[in-house]
Design a protein around this ligand. Structure first.
Ligand code: UDP
Ligand code: GLC
Ligand code: MN
Length: 351
């Protein structure tokens, strides 16, 4: 339907990479809906041209930033104040219904059936399931709602400093009123849940329709080895994001986006080939929403990072100390508490 659209947001060129993969994943799975992206002045001209190839509607909007450092600090995500820019999606009134999707999401099947839902439909947030996660939601553009949301943002602000806190305060009957507005979790499967409830992931993960790379480390922060077609680990080959989904993201990026970036001069062909041949090592220090140790290094251009030394190994802890840390939410995703180790342990229990 021409008056239905998937909508996303990118305030800088890094998030544009995510938006490009999201848009391509929707096209790959034959969506019949329009694709719209909200961008802000910071997005470069060349990236806008690439967006034009994937999206039907590329729309510049002003940045809305809560600058609410106190609340954002609680999430340890100072950069998320700009997510209030998402509110502009209600102003797209030429569409009668939309599905907003974060730029760090990707569809793994057609999800056009989401348009059968009403505003505001969303899946539970894995950290506080009485709140919905605002990475994927069905909504109805409306100038009235838009103005009310802006008014709430100005007068009361957001309890998390970003859009999710604000939207949950506005649509505050979501958790109690109408179960039809609860999207199944498979429409917003966040990587963090895979590790917090691995048996459920094993049982239901294959039904996933939308993957959400929620957290500070995004797929475009990793380095991809085009020779082996895998994302490089740090030697332990363990990643915070489920490797299968991460490889899928990179598969779309290299097969569908890289040629567009090369065509528009964003990525230089020669350096891409050279670096890919040299075999890169992931240089990231990991941190996420719940486990924050070191700053993440942004891959300036996905293939242009020189090989760097892996981060130093964490000090070894007794089993008791590790348990205490785990219970406090300090999970060593890259080491002892890695996906592989948890899986091994569960397998021994299950046998
Ligand atoms: N976003 C953006 N620029 C930023 C931060 C966020 O464009 O600097 C947009 C983007 O669409 C992103 C969404 O806001 O997917 C929400 O932020 P993010 O996905 O990083 O939050 P998380 O889901 O990890 O909590
Ligand atoms: C959440 C959501 C994201 C939102 C952010 C800030 O974690 O995944 O979409 O922008 O919180 O509220
Ligand atoms: Mn997100």
């Amino acid at each position: 339907m021409a008056d239905h659209a998937f909508v996303t947001l990118a305030t800088n060129d890094s998030y544009v990479k995510g938006a490009l993969v999201l848009g391509s994943s929707l096209r790959k799975h034959h969506t019949t809906k329009k694709l719209a992206v909200l961008i802000t002045p910071q997005v470069s001209d060349s990236m806008r041209k690439v967006l034009d190839k994937v999206y039907d509607d590329v729309r510049e909007v002003d940045v809305l930033d809560s600058e609410d450092t106190a609340h954002l600090a609680l999430m340890e995500r100072p950069e998320l104040g700009v997510t209030l820019t998402k509110l502009h999606c209600w102003a797209l009134t030429e569409y009668t219904k939309c599905v907003f999707m974060d730029a760090d999401t990707m569809v793994v099947s057609n999800v056009d059936e989401l348009f059968e839902r009403e505003e505001l439909s969303a899946a539970p947030d894995p950290g506080w399931p009485d709140c919905f996660n605002s990475g994927v939601f069905v909504y109805q553009p409306s100038t009235e709602t838009y103005n009310q949301l802006l008014q709430l943002a100005t007068e009361k602000g957001s309890f998390d400093g970003g859009d999710q806190g604000l939207l949950n305060s506005f649509f505050n009957t979501w958790s109690t009123k109408d179960i039809h507005k609860h999207l199944p979790f498979i429409y917003n499967l966040s990587s963090i849940s895979i590790y917090s409830y691995l048996p459920a992931f094993k049982a239901f993960g294959a039904n996933a329709k939308v993957v959400h790379f929620l957290g500070k480390v995004k797929p475009w922060n990793y380095t991809y080895d085009s020779k082996t077609q895998t994302v490089k680990g740090d030697g332990h080959d363990q990643t915070l994001i489920h490797p299968e989904f991460l490889n899928l993201w990179w598969d779309i990026y290299t097969s569908r986006i890289l040629s567009l970036l090369t065509e528009h001069g964003v990525v230089k062909e020669a350096s891409y080939g050279l670096k890919a041949l040299s075999g890169l090592v992931c240089s990231l220090a990991f941190s996420c929403r719940f486990c924050r140790e070191e700053e993440v290094t942004e891959a300036v251009s996905q293939m242009s990072l020189a090989a760097a030394a892996p981060p130093p190994p964490p000090p070894s802890l007794s089993s008791e100390e590790r348990r205490e840390r785990w219970e406090q939410g300090q999970v060593d995703y890259m080491g002892e508490d890695s996906y592989e180790n948890i899986k091994k342990k569960l397998d021994t229990y299950l046998q």
